[in-house]
Design a protein around this ligand. Structure first.
Ligand code: ATP
Ligand code: MG
Length: 252
């Protein structure tokens, strides 16, 4: 059975897309067949991490939502060289006209859900990772509904804390089977154990990753997937703990 995991945060810039891409690579390194869907229709970006510039995207989620393309035609094989499994990415378009069309006209929500199912079946995926837009837009709610796990990403920041409370309430209301917290960009000046216990107590959910703020990640600047560039780095190992958590929850 496939495992469906959404990565989400109430506020932007928490590190969702980087976390998603790194988990995808780590699962593929274990031999899994992984799908990554960018449901951040308003401000997509994860394609960049996989070395696929927006201008080179031939077929995006938008094309499928408006009925032009089959889901298999918009999945790009972005498996990195030397990685055992497979990664198939469904990017979202960065064409201004296509973004505004979705925002203006909306789309058939059922079509998105059906697209995710087809992707899983056609590509025989072990794991489907869904990268989301921050906040609580329609795509995000749909992503949460079809997920068996949501990874809520937050920084140790008062605004993020409040937003995380909102997301936690919504995921509960939607009946998402599992929600887990990932605290990212933790500065070296903070005591990690203190952060972990405060966050777990506040939201009643496990912190499955505590990722340091790291200059090497900032320097990479989304020009690649960190795990591939820094395989033995402490941040890579911290992300591997999140991947390990997902491994412990194989299937629906
Ligand atoms: N642990 C980290 N240490 C330092 N920088 C990080 C870390 N994690 C992510 N970043 C940086 O933070 C920025 C935002 O990351 P990313 O795009 O993954 O966030 P996001 O939550 O997907 O953003 P958005 O809400 O806009 O989709 C990037 O420049 C990335 O390199
Ligand atoms: Mg993002």
């Amino acid at each position: 059975m496939v495992r469906v995991v959404s990565t989400h945060s109430f506020r932007g810039g928490t590190g969702k897309s980087n976390l998603t891409a790194n988990i995808a690579v780590q699962l593929a390194q274990q031999g899994e067949r992984v799908g990554v869907v960018d449901t951040d229709i308003q401000s997509p970006g994860i394609h960049v991490l996989f070395g696929l510039p927006g201008a080179q995207v031939r077929g995006a989620l938008n094309d499928h939502l408006f009925g032009d393309s089959a889901i298999s035609d918009i999945a790009h094989d972005v498996t990195p060289h030397g990685v055992g499994g497979a990664i198939h990415l469904v990017p979202s378009s960065v064409q201004p006209g296509e973004i505004s069309r979705v925002l203006r006209e909306g789309y058939d929500a059922q079509r998105l859900v059906q697209a995710l199912r087809s992707l899983v079946d056609q590509l025989q995926l072990d794991t489907l990772l869904i990268d989301t837009h921050p906040g609580l837009g329609e795509e995000t709610l749909l992503a949460l509904v079809v997920s068996d796990t949501v990874l809520i990403v937050l920084r140790p920041d008062q605004q993020d804390y409040e937003g995380t409370g909102v997301v936690a309430e919504v995921t509960d209301g939607l009946g998402v089977p599992r929600r887990a917290l990932v605290v990212n960009k933790v500065p070296a000046t903070l005591d990690p154990d203190g952060v972990r216990s405060r966050v777990e107590e506040a939201y009643g959910a496990a912190v499955v990753g505590l990722l340091p703020h790291d200059d090497a990640m900032m320097s990479l600047a989304s020009a690649g997937v960190f795990t591939l560039h820094h395989p033995n780095h402490p941040l890579t190992r911290a992300i591997a703990e999140v991947t390990g958590y997902l491994n412990g929850h194989g299937a629906r």
